[in-house]
Structures are given as C-alpha cells and as structure tokens.
Design a protein around this ligand. Sequence first.
Ligand SMILES: Cc1cc2nc3c(=O)[nH]c(=O)nc-3n(C[C@H](O)[C@H](O)[C@H](O)COP(=O)(O)O)c2cc1C
Length: 209
Amino acid sequence: MKKLLFIESSPRGNESSSTNLARKLIGDLLERDSTWQVDHMDLWTEELPPMSGPTVSAKYAVFSGEPLSAEQDKAWSAVVNCIDRFCAADLVLMAVPMWNFGIPYVLKHFVDVVTQPRLTFTWTPQDGYKTLLPPRRAIIISSSAGDYSVGSGNEHNDFQLRYLTAWLKIYMGCQVDSISVSPTIADPDTVKAAALAARRRAEELVRGI
Ligand SMILES: Cc1cc2nc3c(=O)[nH]c(=O)nc-3n(C[C@H](O)[C@H](O)[C@H](O)COP(=O)(O)O)c2cc1C
C-alpha cells in the first residue's frame, strides 16, 4: 500500500486555491488507485513541537554526537515522530500559498522540525549538506496573487517555490514537481486561464504517478 502525506498550509480551507487543487489531485489519484493511504497534516491544527530551547539544544547535541539529557530526549522524540510521518510517505504533496514572498510560518515551523542532523541530513565542510533519506516524489502546489514564474520579471522575489524546491531536494532527497496556481488576483480571464492550466498540470502529474 502506497502512502501520500498531504501537507496543508493555507488557513483558508474551502476558499484556498492551493488546498482545493490538492484535494482535486488526491481525488483523481484515488480514482485511479484506491489503495493509496492519505495522511493529512493540516499545519493550522497540527501540534508541532516548538523549536525552543530543549529541542534546539537536542539538535546541537545530536549533531555533535553527545548524549541527550532527559529533557532533550523528550523534545527529540516529538521531532522524530514528525520525521517518521514524512519518511513513511511515498509521495509528499504540499499545498502552499505565498505569504510575503515566502511561505506561511506554520510551514516554516514544519520545515525546521523535520530537518534534522543524522535523521534527515548530514553536513561536512567538504561536501556540505547531504540527505540521508531514500528518494521519494514530492509535488508542490503553490499559489500566489501575483505571477512569479520564470520570465515574469518577478522571479527574483520568489522565496516560496524556489525555497521549498531547494529544501525538498537538498535536505529531504525528493524528486520535485510543481504546479503553480497563479496569478490568483488579476483580470478574470487571466485568473481563469491560470487555474485551468494548473488543473491540467495536476491531471498530467497524476497520470504519471
Ligand atoms: C499574509 C499574506 C501574505 C501574502 N503575501 C503575498 C505576496 O507576497 N505575494 C503575492 O503574490 N501574494 C501574496 N498573498 C496572496 C496569496 O498568496 C494569494 O491570495 C494566494 O492565492 C492564496 O492561496 P490560498 O488560496 O491557497 O490560501 C498574501 C496573502 C496573505 C494572507
């Protein structure tokens, strides 16, 4: 049985263009193969461990191979639980609105929790960052009011899709595809055409899974 981890990061629920397209993609996927098991992580209701003192000091201890105190160990096991959910997935689907050129803070929190030395990556001065995870597919559905695509003249301000793609590839060992639902604020024909193109791209990706 294959597993899909669906990470929802817009708080807009049924109004969200990224979430709605992700739901459609999941529906299409299940229609083709109903054995997919979906783990839905809504980052606005999920209780992620805080990246506060004990968690961060546990990270430094793990990084340098030192034993963990009881407090660090407790904090670290909550981190490991989140990483286990990522590792269990054959396919990771992320629905992500652009917020202030970047990503919503709940998603950055998730990134900071699951990116951990000796569990997901190693770092050496010679080789820099290397993932420890086996390769898996990831699909990012990004949404933004404006157009930040390559050639738009606005691509240098994209700290959403470029950031997540780099993170998924470098730290998490993913093969990344993306679907952009943008612009979502423009004249009605442009918005409609962009939404249709995104739906077509999602259908194409599902056919290839
Ligand atoms: C806090 C916040 C910040 C935003 N910042 C940007 C931005 O920098 N650039 C942009 O094009 N749109 C920005 N938007 C608009 C959203 O990216 C856009 O409405 C998107 O389609 C929302 O996706 P969703 O419907 O999946 O939530 C912002 C919206 C919010 C709520």
